[in-house]
Design a protein around this ligand. Structure first.
Ligand SMILES: Cc1cc2nc3c(=O)[nH]c(=O)nc-3n(C[C@H](O)[C@H](O)[C@H](O)COP(=O)(O)OP(=O)(O)OC[C@H]3O[C@@H](n4cnc5c(N)ncnc54)[C@H](O)[C@@H]3O)c2cc1C
Length: 388
């Protein structure tokens, strides 16, 4: 292989110059501006508006929005880098940014008309938080059994139903809402609508009190004859199932990024603590048993990172990535459970109290096996691919 050929196949984890710049700036921001707020945000289950504004200023709320619309003009991989770095410090901020970029903006970029892009992308890059509303009380894994109805009127649609578990519900001003325009057609009646918070008939309901990612809001949405203009249908009517499948296939790579970021954060805490904490006259990191546990965590984190980066790079290269995305989500979330659990163990009693950071990461990781398709659903996708 010539030198030139070798250079056309860069190592998976080698970041480009612009990826390094983004990683370093998001890391510095997360350490300086988010870390001091983590505990308070967890306790009060709230992200302060000042922090949201700072995230917009940092440029991470419109990563793939083209520069002509005021965004950063980045690639999907940039979103992965940002979500990973933010989640290293606070996975609640990681998922806020993840939903904004990998679901909401992603869907608008792919399915939005020029008019939709012109009306919403500049706002999303500058100040508007977005949310993605598919799940309902009766339809989670079986997402296309959704019961929210959309009835056509001369100038648009009237939506009626309830959405559950909607991330960013509290902060969002724009919601991508999935509803069925023709239940007799089953999933082929599902359509995606862009709903603004101020549309008549739309309200944000109860906010959930959660085990982890507590600062990230998870809300019910209530649509009572909510009027949506025809120009706010995303994609063709009846193709909402495609919008949902395709965005979620990509979104779950973002959840993988959240999981490796929080694993990295937990491992860093564990390494620092075990070097400082002394028992039997020496640092607990001097015990080989502890060293091997940390080394195994590093092995698993490296492997999980490779699965996430691979899926993201395949996506940016326009290659198929469905199986790889499912693999990265299930694997990185399982690794996150093991690494955060180890971190709690290595902190001893201090691992179990809120004064130290690892109990929170242990609580935060659990969601990785649930949202954007549970682990069983990821296995179903992988099994379908490998069994043909
Ligand atoms: C914090 C949080 C944030 C969320 N954010 C959003 C959001 O922004 N937007 C949104 O639309 N939704 C969101 N969700 C919803 C989330 O995607 C669903 O909770 C998830 O898809 C699982 O659905 P469910 O809760 O109805 O569980 P169920 O579908 O009832 O699953 C329960 C159990 O049954 C298993 N199961 C179900 N079907 C099968 C099967 N066919 N084979 C094997 N096992 C199966 C599952 O794996 C799981 O273990 C969020 C949820 C939470 C908790």
């Amino acid at each position: 292989m010539t030198q030139q050929q070798a250079e056309t196949v860069p190592p998976l984890t080698r970041l480009t110059e612009d990826e390094i710049i983004l990683r370093d700036s998001v890391r510095a921001f997360a350490d300086a501006q988010i870390r001091p707020l983590v505990r308070e945000m967890d306790e009060h289950a709230k992200i302060p508006r000042t922090l949201l504004d700072a995230l917009f200023d940092l440029g991470v709320m419109g990563i793939e929005v083209p520069e002509s619309y005021g965004g950063a003009g980045g690639r999907f991989f940039h979103a992965v880098v940002a979500v990973e770095e933010l989640s290293r410090v606070d996975p609640s901020i990681g998922v806020l940014v993840d939903v904004q970029n990998t679901l909401v903006i992603n869907a608008l970029l792919r399915w939005g008309t020029d008019d939709v892009k012109r009306r919403y992308l500049p706002k999303l890059a500058a100040k508007m938080v977005g949310a993605y509303a598919l799940s309902e009380a009766g339809s989670g894994s079986d997402a296309f059994a959704l019961a929210t109805r959309a009835v056509a009127t001369p100038d648009g649609y009237v939506l009626t139903g309830r959405k559950l578990w909607i991330t960013n519900g509290n902060e969002a001003d724009l919601f991508i809402v999935f509803a069925n325009i023709n239940p007799e057609a089953g999933y082929r009646g599902i359509s995606a609508f862009i709903v603004e918070r101020g549309f008549p008939g739309f309200t944000v309901g109860k906010k959930e009190d959660k085990l982890g990612i507590r600062a990230s809001s998870t809300c019910e949405l209530i649509l009572e004859e909510c009027r949506v203009p025809a120009a706010n249908v995303l994609g063709e009517p009846g193709t909402g199932y495609k919008v949902a499948i395709e965005t979620l296939n990509e979104g779950r790579i973002g959840i993988g990024a959240q999981m490796i970021g929080l694993s990295k954060g937990a491992l860093e805490h564990a390494i620092q603590y075990t070097k400082e904490r002394k028992q039997f006259g020496k640092a607990i990191a001097d015990f080989q048993a502890v060293q091997f546990q940390l080394a195994r965590a590093a092995v698993e984190l490296e492997a999980a990172t490779l699965t996430v980066y691979n899926a993201a790079r395949l996506r940016d290269a326009g290659r198929p990535f469905l199986t790889e995305a499912a693999i990265c989500k299930i694997y990185s979330s399982e690794v996150a459970e093991r690494i955060t659990s180890l971190a709690v163990n290595l902190f001893g009693g201090n691992g179990f109290v809120k004064e130290y950071p690892v109990e929170k990461l242990y609580r935060d990781q659990k969601i990785g096996q649930i949202y954007e398709g549970t682990s069983n659903l990821q296995l179903q996708t992988i099994a379908k691919q490998i069994l043909g």
